[in-house]
Design a protein around this ligand. Sequence first.
Ligand code: PMT
Length: 407
Amino acid sequence: MLTGKNIILGICGGIAAYKTPHLVRLFKKAGANVQVLATASALQFVSELSLATVSRRPVLRDLFDLEGPGDDDKTVHITLGEWADAFVIAPATANTIARLNAGLCDDMLSVCFITLRPDKPVLIAPAMDGHMYGSPTVQRNLSALAAQGCSILDPESGDLASGQCGLGRMPEPEAIVTAMEAMLRPAPVSPLQGRKVVVTAGPTREKLDDVRFLSNYSSGKMGFAVAREAARRGADVRLVAGPVSLGTPPGVERIDVESAADMMEAASRFFGDCDLFIGAAAVADYRPEAPVTGKIKKNDEAMALRLVRNPDILGEFSAGRKPGQLSVGFALETGGGIGYAREKLERKNLDLVAFNVYDGATTGFEVDTNALTLIDRAGNVTELPVMPKDALAGRLLDEIEPLLPRR
Ligand code: PMT
């Protein structure tokens, strides 16, 4: 599976670094070429000679190292980013995780993280004391790296070098190699290959005045996960995104918009030639009738706000679509309400509706997980339980694929 693959292994300064010569050996045994990049602290825990011996290459650590794999005419940190098929960081310490998220480039590991080609997979295996791992700072940095497409291999529970027993152990090298093999496995040929897919994602903002707006809590994570997975399956994906702070998934054409009217204008440019339209955005149904130039001044009176309807983007696509164009919508409710989803399927003339509930903890807006109930036109209902939004996007596309017309 890894035969001929070029893997960069970034090693940070944690006790689990002592397992990395074995990790290198497993990668080599699976047929990969391995270039080790070690931070200065990593080499306090594991010997440079051991790593160079098992990888059969000098270990790179200094930003100014002059020799590495790849094109001799370019500097090492540039050629490494081009040479690599994948980047594994194991063990990843809290310090390096923070530095990668901040975009620092002060050693070979951090600079190569930036120069890596955006379509190449990155696997991060955090390992540290349990309290450190659970801290909001580390979790925030990991979430940000996950949002830009890095895969995080969760640490395991057990005895820790800190004396604690808990979550924070680096998974065994065998598990890291298995995860890497799964990431580099070519995607099965999908019916989405070469199809034109439009995804809307995130919230919209409806201006009250020049400094205030009406909006909602959508983070864009669900729609971005769908766009990322559709592109991974070979679709030609346009992602029309409201204001969110997420990185663009590899291979996706992204169009940033602000209001529902902007989203309508951008999405409608692709109505004519798209094979599949997926509305994951939480589009504001209403906007202030007359946004004020400047800032609304307060006084002692109550204020009435008159709202007018926004265009229904998904509804308009469905109403005007040609035979063979598929239309998929989401429906968010705050309680039971599956009847509302069925009503949306009918009213918006959808092929499939994905019903989800905002429970404030594991499903709906903002969180990294979600659960969906899919309802199709024939009345079939498929329950997809709580899982990460990335995995859920895959399950959703698995259900959509058979609905695509044959070519
Ligand atoms: O972004 P996240 O934080 O990850 O959260 C994901 C999500 C909860 C936003 C997502 O899973 C979701 O449910 N999106 C739809 C939210 C919703 O309630 O939509 P709706 O019931 O208002 O609209 C139904 C469908 O019509 C949706 O597909 C929507 O994109 C579309 N629509 C709605 C109004 C409008 N003016 N134009 C539209 O296209």
